[in-house]
Design a protein around this ligand. Structure first.
Ligand code: ADA
Length: 578
């Protein structure tokens, strides 16, 4: 399964995943089989035999008995028959991929959480061999995947698709809804690429649901690209998308050649909804929004980060059962299937680029800027149309208190603005009363842990921080969100004495935290850290019993802790709109 709906009717596509591929580890001198407690990687030593097996794609090799702790390189292989122009799309490989088709290198990609593709022209008829070299090791070249408070799994962790292309094909289709005087308008932008040496002339037909809504002429030079853009078009019959009634429209672009023959298509989904900032308020379709959300890692003991469809849906069901209206994809862009489900179920999404807790020294890694920019670009290009995404986040808990850090934040915010003018931007900060970046985004966000990492009464702590933002930072007058708060609990650790790590303590702390957040004037809401317990890297074992981040409201198997009912009661006590 690649998406929850078909993205082509004319372009021929075939999923290459959802089956077993040949797999072999490539341990090498200096290669690794895991981390030591100190965060250094251990070499496997000479004579480490490679592991060969058939393995599931998508999947993580940490879920196979022979490669439970393997960190290093491996190769995946499968064969397929095809001819002509083809496009291969990888929705996610963790974390570095080199792709070979019949021994020819066709793609290279860094970062587990964003898609990439390769186009190969005029492939001869017959069987072809696709080989993907995957590496999940840490090292100086990797600025974003570092030993961290979550796991960097290994594998082809999201779907792989093969597409057959004619000479001209659609590369992009972006839908922007606009709301004016109670009426809905839209603008659709897209791009056609010409793979042949001769110029291509044709037309694009655009439809929304059953209606053809626009048409555009396109002309692309030989091997060139051609953009198209509709006028602002009124869509009087639009039904708006909102959490209570998430109405989706099929957005269909059909490319016709000069003779009027259907050449290619792209199908996506669109929703009419508006996110606007007015003073300290986040307005959704003109109504003042209150966030009741969860931070969620893509993590499961049986599937690593490659959760199957039903498991994703179950996570959403549980979050909804607790009364949540939003999910924060901490700390990286999520699988599109999950975003599809959020669109369908009306779950608002804070989607963020990949970066967690990087110091200024980490941010000075020569690859840092490029790797962040690639991630932002790939995330926004691919996820632009999801109505559920209401905000873009960047650089969770990085160096937003230093001048060097601020320059990085500024560049990344600007890049987002170039790619998307329609959504607000923010960043979850932990720089208490020292953050200097709040002048840059539209929304000010803080991660706070009173009653967990320190015992300051939550209300006092939150008010102190909020007042500081209003009185002494450039964030004054902007919406203010709590993007993390929570407490740890080991599932099954129960004691009436309510010590830390017990379920009783977690439930108590969360009640106090939510009470304070919902009572704080000017606060637009909260994301609890976190939905489920998750694996962390070995070097994080200290302060992380079981080498897991145990702040889940459900444990890693999604078994509810005592706090589940507390969250349900507290989330249930306030509405989605103020
Ligand atoms: C941070 C961070 C999370 C997690 C959390 C915690 O705020 O953003 O990734 O590490 O703290 O559990 O302490």
């Amino acid at each position: 399964m690649v998406r929850t709906f078909a993205t082509h009717r004319i372009r021929k596509t075939q999923e290459l995943s959802s089956c077993l591929w040949d797999f072999e580890t490539l341990p090498e001198e200096g290669g690794t089989v895991g981390e030591t407690a100190g965060g250094k990687e251990t070499a496997p030593g000479k004579g480490t035999a490679p592991v060969k097996m058939k393995t599931a794609v998508p999947g993580c090799w940490e879920n196979c008995p022979d490669t439970l702790t393997y960190r290093g390189k491996a190769v995946y292989e499968r064969r397929f028959a095809c001819e002509g122009n083809i496009r291969l799309e990888f929705k996610g490989v963790s974390h570095t991929a080199q792709v070979y088709l019949d021994d020819m290198r066709i793609a290279e990609h860094y970062n587990a959480y964003t898609p990439f593709s390769a186009v190969v022209k005029e492939l001869p008829a017959g069987e072809h061999t696709l080989r993907v070299y995957v590496d999940n090791s840490f090292g100086p070249d990797s600025a974003l995947h570092v030993p961290n408070d979550y796991q960097t799994y290994g594998g082809i962790t999201r779907p792989v698709v093969l597409e057959e292309l004619k000479d001209a094909y659609l590369t992009k289709l972006h839908f922007t809804p606009l709301r004016r005087d109670g009426q809905w308008y839209f603008v659709i932008k897209g791009e056609v690429k010409n793979l042949s040496a001769a110029p291509f002339e044709g037309r694009i037909l655009l439809s929304l649901g059953e209606e053809t809504v626009a048409e555009a002429a396109v002309r692309a030079e030989g091997n060139g690209v051609c953009g198209f853009e509709t006028e602002e078009t009124l869509f009087p019959q639009a039904q708006e998308w909102c959490p209570e009634n998430p109405v989706l429209y099929l957005l269909n672009a059909v490319l016709l050649d000069a003779q009027g023959r259907e050449t290619d298509d792209l199908i996506d989904r669109a929703g009419f909804r508006e996110v606007r900032i007015e003073g300290k308020d986040i307005l959704l379709n003109g109504r003042k929004l209150r966030i009741k959300g969860f931070c969620r890692h893509e993590d499961h003991p049986q599937f690593g980060c490659a959760l199957p469809f039903a498991a994703m849906q179950q996570d959403l069901l549980l979050m909804k059962d607790m009364g949540a209206n939003s999910v924060r994809t901490s700390h990286y862009p999520n699988d599109e299937i999950f975003l599809d489900l959020c669109d369908e179920t009306g779950m608002l999404v804070w989607e963020e680029n990949h970066a967690r807790g990087l110091s200024e020294e980490n941010m000075r890694n020569p690859n840092f800027e490029r790797q962040c920019e690639d991630c932002i670009r790939e995330m926004i290009e691919a996820h632009y149309n999801h109505p559920s995404i209401y905000i873009w986040g960047i650089l969770n808990e990085c160096a937003s208190h230093t001048e060097y850090g601020k320059e990085c934040y500024r560049k990344q915010y600007e890049l987002i603005r170039q790619l998307d003018q329609s959504r607000p931007r923010s960043s979850a900060s932990c720089q208490f009363k020292t953050d200097i970046c709040f002048g840059l985004p539209e929304v000010v966000s803080y991660n706070i842990y009173p009653l967990w990492y320190h015992d300051t009464p939550v209300q006092d702590y939150l008010k102190g921080l909020y007042d500081w933002v209003q009185e002494e930072s450039e964030g004054a007058g902007k919406p203010f969100l709590i993007t993390e708060t929570g407490a740890g609990a080991i599932y099954g650790c129960r004691t009436p004495s309510r010590v830390k790590w017990s379920e009783e303590y977690q439930a108590y702390a969360i009640e106090k935290q939510l009470e304070a957040v919902f009572g704080q004037e000017g606060c637009s809401g909260v994301y609890l850290w976190q939905f489920c317990d998750c694996n962390v890297c070995d070097s994080w074992f200290g302060g992380r019993p079981r080498t897991m981040n145990n702040k889940g409201i459900v444990d890693e198997y999604r078994r509810p802790k005592l706090a589940y009912e507390t969250v349900k009661r507290m989330f249930g006590s306030v509405d989605t709109y103020f």
